[in-house]
Design a protein around this ligand. Sequence first.
Ligand SMILES: Nc1nc2c(ncn2[C@@H]2O[C@H](COP(=O)(O)OP(=O)(O)OP(=O)(O)O)[C@@H](O)[C@H]2O)c(=O)[nH]1
Ligand SMILES: [Mg+2]
Length: 364
Amino acid sequence: MKLALVGISNSGRTTLFNSLTGRDAATAGYSASETKPNVAIIKVPDRRIDELVRIFKPKKHTHARIQYMDYLGLTRGDAAQNRKVIEFIKDSDALVYVLRGFDDDSVTHPLGGVDPIRDFETLEAELLIYDLDLAEKRLINMDESARKGHPPRKEERAAVLKCREALEREMPLRYLEFDATEERALRHLEFISRLPVMAVINVDESGLQSAKSSSWRDTIRDRIARFAENFLTPIVLSGKIEMEIAHLPAEEAADFLQDLGVDVSARERVIKESYALLGLISFLTVGEDEVRAWTVRKGIAAHAAAGKIHTDLERGFIRAEVISCDDFLEAGSLAAARAKGLLRLEGKTYVVQDGDIIDFRFSV
Ligand SMILES: Nc1nc2c(ncn2[C@@H]2O[C@H](COP(=O)(O)OP(=O)(O)OP(=O)(O)O)[C@@H](O)[C@H]2O)c(=O)[nH]1
Ligand SMILES: [Mg+2]
């Protein structure tokens, strides 16, 4: 699963990319015209895994992974560059908007002064313009086919009209609900505003706790709330500080965070929320050989989750022995958990929860 960092030029995307991935990609200060995409796969930080490793001392352990991508900036109205950027980010499963909230006269802002709300609206508008164009072209195309005696499927026409109507109201398609028929009809169209989005406001150290930053965050939250009930609140962070932290040894990083008065780095928050944004959860398997996080879609049934590990487990599924990681850690060992009756036996249709430790029973 991939997330693309999207923003106006000089918003700090590459700086954030470096802090998320621990990489050292050149930022604009060093190379103004970088055109090569930055791509990296990273481990999703998970304290549960760390705890389980301490208890089981397994030969190996495996974290969930996600991928981040960073490319050129979106512009206001430069259709050619935006097309290039959108073609690139289309390949991702979700977007992280990077909004510039830091002042620095030596770093030009392509839209004038610092204004993350305007930048947020600009990014949304550019996606809407792209999608509206896609919808119009598809409708024209369908009309032409109809004239030539190949009428389009009614379902697709209706679904595209529904999209156009929303786009004309400036509503990103990610906030529109589609039924299964509409989903199927739209699948081949790749509307960019359908991708889930979370926003990050990139500020200086002085902006981390400032009233101005909070007000930016609240305004953007209100703008999104016009369309949606469930969404992630924008995160205020400093990409520059996070990048420094990412390059420190773990212990020094912890001290640094403590000095800043936070217990979880913004990096960790962004990665965790990215995972949620993608609609993903982890279930865990434990043992002396391996402690491992498995990535599955939220809402998956035990039966299908078993299939993630091996098709034999899905085919020969008998039942799942399940305990939440929190309950397990409180009990301290599987034997203690069993004695307390905390291990549950669940059937095929059990809906897997984030952090479930699962032992699948199967026969082949
Ligand atoms: N003062 C300050 N400068 C920052 C901050 N974040 C990034 N910068 C600087 O802003 C410039 C642009 O940062 P990048 O991370 O390259 O921004 P970008 O969005 O990737 O830029 P392009 O890829 O050129 O569109 C660099 O010189 C960074 O060092 C910050 O929080 N404070
Ligand atoms: Mg960059």
